[in-house]
Design a protein. Sequence first.
Length: 661
Amino acid sequence: MGTALIYDEEMTNYKLLWVDPACKIEVPERLTVSYEALVKSGLADRCVSLPVREATDADILLVHSEEYLEAVKKTPYMTLEDLMDFCSQYGDVYFHPNIYHCAKLAAGSALQLVDSVMMGKVRNGMALVRPPGHHSMRNAASGFCVFNNVAIAAQYAKQKYAVERILIVDWDIHHGQGVQDCFEDDPRVLYFSWHRYEHQKFWPNLRDSDFDRVGNEKGAGFNVNVPWNKVGMKNSDYLSVFCHLFLPVAYEFCPDLVLVCAGFDSAIGDPEGEMCATPDIFAHLTHLLMNLAGGKLCAVLEGGYNLTSLPQSVCQTVQTLLGDPAPRPANLDGPCLSALESLHCVRSAHKKYWSCLKHAADLPTCEVSTKRNKVGEEEINEEQSKQEPVWRECPKTLPPDISAAALLPDDGICPERCYSLKSSEDLDPSIVNKLKEHILKDTEDCETLSTLSRLTVLIDKMEKNEIGSGLALVKDISKAVICVVQHAAAAPMNRVLVVYVGDGVVPFHTNEDGKTLVVQFTTQKSEEIQSKYLIPVCLQKDYSDIPGFIQATLSLLLPLGYEYDPSLVVVVQTSGCGLSHNVWQQLIGLLRGLAQGHTLVLMQEDQNAYVGPTASSLLGDPAPPLGPLEAPLPENVESTEKLRLRLKADWNFLLTTGNVK
Ligand SMILES: CC(O)(O)NCCCCNCCCN
Ligand SMILES: [Zn+2]
């Protein structure tokens, strides 16, 4: 199934007609530069183009009041003075004779996305719209927003498709207070928002945007606010919030539909956000959400005012929705102290609502962030020169011709859409000899020799990005792992992340050069940690604790993987670990965000049943939902937490609190 793209130039036909410094950044060019970038990069042609439609009165009344709608209906006939007068009752928003029409198209575009995703016409999609929506309230326009496009889409999905649980992720740099207000007491809609806050000094300056606003009554716990109390937040800060807060809660909630308030003013260069995250981060944020709700994801444009970073961010988002692997994230150096403080406060505010956060440390002195922060951090010197930030545009990486290759025993059936690496591949005799002397020693086991040499061919093709990912059923897992790791780690710049699922001794030792990082999910109690590059994640009872496994994957394996930034990810399933296909697919799907999607899965040759599910995830198909998650086994939480606390000295991404002692 494809990716929908909704855009209509009619939504560029309104603009600011007078002088208003607060509104001048919201210009029609925002849409044109974004759409043109999609066309120029060839991404638009790969999407299913859907027409816009006008939201009806009934659609709009799902969120807004009649009096507000009636008032907006009058604006097309207003004089300039009347328009200016009409706006003065609202904050930071302007009207235009054509904005009502465009606002109906913007909201209608979001409904078009919901319809086409819910009816299975497309897997996911993006709507490029203006005016944006997430600030508009039941009775008021606000922050360039007239109708709350995403809130209307959520109510519409509940009403028309009886969707039980909807996740709204708002990565715009402003707090979508209109969305929060709409769903504050609604447990069926989980709202995530991060936003520039600076202890309430930043617009919209609301006390209600702080981390302790968790929702009301039945909706308590279903509103998650992450205030950024400093500018300059980077990719690491955003990924930390995803790994340690948004994803664990989202997986526990298990939404049937994901809506994204896709504002790109959280990217570098934006005059509003003044953050430092680069456009490629949106490929990762999108990717990390794509294994939820069976991949049903609707992204609706909100803000984004830098006409250079906005189109780049839009392209990163759309190419990921299309299934292209995310680019390797540049220099992730871990979250900053201010971000950790915010993360810590939000986790402690929500620990009573979400079992995945139950172990989160309390922060007794966690006053609301409107107080000056206690750590006496040096104030960002205000006169910090406002030099224009510059960033390297992410190099255009075309997806590999072959997305996934399968290396199976000759009688193995190659899954469809997979390329079969037959033993007929011309084998490089030098490699064969090297294998013979290094790994096979003298045994003339030519079958293994053939398998291992084909593996090295596969790795070389992945390195050249001719092949995206691979799966192999092998007779001797240990020999295969040694061969793969040695061959892959040989190249100077290469780093190999080896994810071991199942017991058994890791058949090679990781030396401290950091060329390999092994994370092993095992049921065996682990003694002391030998090295920061060999990490045993001990889970009781043969992985039957799915919440525990997912928790360890999201809050341990993923952060480690992002910080390590491997060039290849090898996933090894040793003795039948008994992991359910769905969990296995979630693991493979999530890991695909690393190493530009270069994932190599090695399994025992009797694990035929996993070939189909593995291939599906390697090809970028969304993993099936796991269902709402119960609490993880306490002993698994304890052992994972203990491990995290021990490792955080070596790995910044494992930090979740400000007190780094
Ligand atoms: C959709 C959105 O979230 O991007 N709207 C942002 C509204 C910002 C209003 N304040 C502007 C002050 C000028 N410096
Ligand atoms: Zn914004």
